[in-house]
Write a protein that binds this ligand. Structure first.
Ligand SMILES: NC(=O)c1ccc[n+]([C@@H]2O[C@H](COP(=O)([O-])OP(=O)(O)OC[C@H]3O[C@@H](n4cnc5c(N)ncnc54)[C@H](OP(=O)(O)O)[C@@H]3O)[C@@H](O)[C@H]2O)c1
Length: 272
């Protein structure tokens, strides 16, 4: 399914985007990796030949997903360099965790700009190429935070719920044009983003995320690839996370009751 395909991965220089890049190159895909830090992008590009037996083309593109004109230009450069894309994976993302009272408006703006508008700009940039080709596939890396609320994640949950809404609308709207969507909703997994989060997160957030076991980056990447191969719309890595999502969907009052109980037992609050 991936051999000879051209795949754009935003956030391809780190964490999940990087891990997906190694797997997809090993399956014979040509890759365009997008992020801001050129040195980190280049180090992923360098690591790829050792990870694949196929002859694949892997190129790095330095671009900020928050800048729509840079996204559009980068899209054009990618088409000139590796050809018309077959798949777009929106993995670029940031997180910021804190008590709502302590989060400035700029944080909400930055998180929305990156996680939601970055995803939107990239879909806008590739859509004309997909339409020309008569097909395409868009994989939006969302989060369980895009399906439910979590303590301390007010900017992140807002941005990921927006990604869920966008993906749900576009799935139904673009299916007649043979453009397929995948909404990927992992719970927490090991990555540089989480390493950084662990240095400052609130006690309440730390406690509440322990409800679902933290998965390894490798397991999450494997399950995402399998989900795309099976053409699954909603991809939730990890059996316990899937069970949790079903519980939340059919018995939301139970998950609300459980999280209220956990928070009651550990609440310190912004002044604590
Ligand atoms: N880790 C988790 O527990 C978890 C759970 C659920 C969902 N997710 C989602 O999974 C995705 C990947 O997360 P991760 O944990 O792999 O994070 P990560 O290791 O921090 O990687 C984030 C990537 O996004 C890029 N990025 C950030 N801002 C960007 C911008 N403005 N323009 C271009 N690229 C940008 C970063 O590169 P530069 O900084 O160089 O630009 C980096 O390549 C995110 O969407 C995240 O929300 C993560």
């Amino acid at each position: 399914m991936f051999e000879g395909k051209n795949i754009i991965i935003t956030g391809g220089s780190s964490g999940l985007g990087e891990e997906l890049a190694y797997r997809l190159a090993a399956k014979g895909a040509n890759l365009a990796l997008v992020a801001r830090d050129q040195a980190r992008l280049q180090s992923v590009v360098k690591n790829i030949p050792s990870a694949t037996a196929h002859k694949v083309r892997v190129e790095a593109f330095q671009s900020d997903v928050c800048d729509p004109s840079s996204v559009e230009q980068t899209g054009r450069r990618i088409v000139e360099t590796i050809g018309i894309p077959d798949i777009l994976i929106n993995s670029a993302g940031i997180i910021s965790e804190n008590y709502f009272e302590k989060l400035p408006l700029e944080t909400f703006q930055k998180v929305m700009d990156t996680n939601f508008f970055g995803t939107l700009y990239w879909i806008k940039a590739v859509l004309p190429y997909f339409q020309k080709k008569g097909q395409g596939r868009i994989v939006n890396i969302c989060s369980m935070a895009g399906l439910m609320g979590t303590f301390g994640y007010s900017p992140y949950c807002s941005s990921k719920h927006a990604v869920t809404g966008l993906t749900q609308s576009l799935r139904v709207e673009l299916k007649p044009q043979n453009i397929r969507f995948h909404l990927v909703c992992p719970a927490e997994f090991t990555s540089p983003m989480v390493d950084q989060l662990n240095t400052y997160r609130t006690a309440e957030n730390r406690k509440i995320v322990q409800t679902i076991p933290v998965l390894s980056l490798e397991k999450v990447a494997d399950e995402i690839i399998r989900g795309i191969e099976k053409d699954k719309y909603l991809i939730i890595p990890g059996a316990i996370t899937r069970l949790f999502e079903i519980l939340n969907r059919y018995f939301p009052s139970l998950t609300r009751w459980t999280s209220d109980l956990i928070i009651r037992q550990c609440y310190k609050g912004p002044k604590g």
